[in-house]
Structures are given as structure tokens and as C-alpha cells.
Design a protein around this ligand. Structure first.
Ligand SMILES: [Zn+2]
Length: 160
């Protein structure tokens, strides 16, 4: 008697386990397919490139450093906060258009001057409130999912 009950329990367990496993597997396949389709539409590399183009377009294709009079032939999009933050990575607000001198080359460049952001605030290129809001968004936890990439792409499109 005891053995039958035991066998019955094991049988039910195995059955529900199998059903759960199969449904989980099918869900995984479906989710995987959706993610792959979205990623096919927009890759990280492509989105970063579009972000850069949008940053430069929004700035009117000029260096945004205050009173920049450097003669430059190219512009660089710069992340005001590292692109390692998912919320900054494709965020137009996190970008600024700079000439090579003000991006990386000069002593006053974004990559060399620790007071770079303070200069932007002091000269009115960006405001203190702008950076407060940007930092808030920077600190928000966000996974870099396909859905997130698509959302960011939709926001960038207006400037492309
Ligand atoms: Zn410049």
C-alpha cells in the first residue's frame, strides 16, 4: 500500500515536472525569438552610432564647448556620464557634441579637465538642474534588453 502511494506521488511529480519543463522550454524559445528579432533590427553598435549622429545633429553640427573657435573638420559625440551606465548609453541628454580638441586633445577637454561639467554649467551650456536630473537617471537600474534598445531608438529617431 505504502509503495503504491509512493509510486503515485512520484508519477504525479514527474508529470507536472515534464509539463512545466515543456512550457518553460517553449516560453524560452518564444522569448528568445522575439529578442533575436528585435536585436536584428537594432544592434548595440548601430544604436551607439545613431546616438552619436543624433547628438551632433541636435547641436547643429558644431562643438558645444563655450566659445569654441577651434578650426575643426570633424565632431565627436561625448558621453557626459559613462556609457557603461545603461541609462546613459543611448541617451541623447547624456551626449554633447565636441570638436577633437575639446573632446580629448586639449587640457580643457572633456577627457582631461576634471571641471569640465562645471564649465558647462558656469557658461550656461547646461544647467545645474539638468545635471541633477541626468544623475538621477544615471543611477536608475536598467537592464540593456532589446525592448530598452528599441525604446531608446524611438527617442533618437526624431534627430536622425
Ligand atoms: Zn571645440
Amino acid at each position: 500500500m505504502e509503495r503504491i502511494i509512493t509510486t503515485g506521488n512520484i508519477g504525479r511529480f514527474d508529470f507536472s515536472f515534464l509539463v512545466n519543463f515543456l512550457f518553460g522550454y517553449l516560453r524560452g524559445l518564444q522569448a528568445g525569438r522575439e529578442v533575436r528579432n528585435l536585436l536584428k533590427t537594432i544592434s548595440d553598435k548601430k544604436l551607439l552610432k545613431l546616438w552619436g549622429q543624433a547628438v551632433i545633429e541636435r547641436a547643429g553640427r558644431r562643438c558645444e564647448y563655450p566659445d569654441c573657435n577651434i578650426h575643426y573638420t570633424q565632431l565627436h559625440p561625448h558621453h557626459l556620464y559613462s556609457r557603461r551606465y545603461v541609462t546613459m548609453r543611448y541617451n541623447l541628454d547624456a551626449g554633447i557634441s565636441l570638436c577633437p580638441y575639446h573632446h580629448t586633445m586639449g587640457g580643457l577637454s572633456a577627457h582631461h579637465d576634471p571641471d569640465f561639467k562645471s564649465v558647462l554649467v558656469a557658461t550656461g551650456v547646461r544647467t545645474e538642474e539638468f545635471f541633477d536630473k541626468l544623475r538621477e537617471e544615471r543611477n536608475r537600474i536598467q537592464k540593456n534588453t532589446a525592448a530598452w534598445k528599441l525604446e531608446c531608438y524611438e527617442r533618437l529617431k526624431a534627430y536622425l
